[in-house]
Design a protein around this ligand. Structure first.
Ligand code: ADP
Ligand code: MG
Length: 259
């Protein structure tokens, strides 16, 4: 695969993500406790930690699938402060800037692959059907799935479905991509295809936050590693450095479990 297969570098408008003092509870369960993370434009941050540590909630707070209780999230120049009602227009602008890929793909099962990728462009960007489908086909071709355009998601393998989900997000030209354990539901040999697409995106300069247990990917692709446990940041820094010499017992325990 040649470089910039997914996204030409000049297609990407870089945006950073700055999370400051973010907090979130579900009832009496404090899930995120004063989280601050800076993701530089064009960089990749890997987020790791045991199940239940708040990783998914953190990602969901960035595009406001969850409403934070306290703190601030800044994407590019757009600032979202907890406690202030977000006007619909701002919410849409934020969602346009931030693409998200889930563990379970979340494709529309009753739509063809082509419609899956075209429909959000029509709804969110107001593109014509012809224009949206043309872009969808271009992107599907770049990930080697053009021949699946008229299939339904159920007729595609898990790895293909996840690449379609990535393409669907990319079709909206996001400035930031969030990945929540994108390969956890996949067999390892299929996960590799998805990780290859993500690696290309990173090489093309996309700002990414990736929740993953794929330590090789984290070490080779991410610029920054954040270790979470129980709603806290346990440790953060250079990925290879932390993996070679974790400073915290919680990190050591987690790495022992996954490496
Ligand atoms: P992770 O992704 O690191 O496994 P999550 O962010 O999914 O962690 O969950 C963190 C904690 O928040 C868990 O205790 C989970 O049960 C709780 N939680 C997550 N989403 C909700 C929700 N919608 N309602 C209530 N509790 C939730
Ligand atoms: Mg999760």
């Amino acid at each position: 695969m040649n470089q910039n297969l997914i996204t030409e570098s000049n297609e990407i408008a870089h945006a950073g993500v700055v999370i400051e003092h973010l907090s979130k509870s579900f009832g009496s369960n404090l899930v995120l406790d004063d989280i601050s993370i800076t993701v530089k434009p064009g960089s990749v941050t890997a987020l790791i930690g045991p199940s239940g540590s708040g990783k998914s909630t953190l990602l969901r707070c960035i595009n406001l699938l969850e409403t934070p209780d306290g703190g601030t999230v800044t994407v590019g120049s757009q600032v979202v402060t907890a406690g202030r009602r977000i006007p619909e227009r701002e919410l849409l602008a934020l969602r346009r800037q931030v693409g998200m890929v889930f563990q379970s793909f979340n494709l529309f099962p009753h739509f063809s692959v082509l419609r899956n990728v075209a429909f959000p462009q029509e709804r969110i960007l107001g593109r014509s059907r012809a224009e949206a489908e043309e872009r969808a086909l271009t992107l599907l071709e770049r990930v080697g799935l053009k021949d699946k355009a008229h299939h339904h998601p159920a007729q595609c393998s898990g790895g293909q479905q996840q690449r379609i989900a990535i393409v669907r997000a990319l079709a909206l030209s996001p400035r930031v991509m969030l990945f929540d354990e994108p390969t956890s539901a996949l067999d390892p040999e299929v996960g590799v295809e998805v990780l290859a697409v993500m690696r290309e995106l990173a090489d093309a300069g996309m700002t990414m936050i990736v929740v993953t247990h794929e330590m090789q990917f984290a070490r080779e692709v991410s610029d920054h590693l954040v270790v979470m446990a129980d709603g806290h940041i346990v440790e953060e820094g250079d990925p290879a450095g932390i993996m070679a010499e974790p400073q915290e017992e919680r990190t050591r325990r987690f790495l022992n479990a996954v490496l």
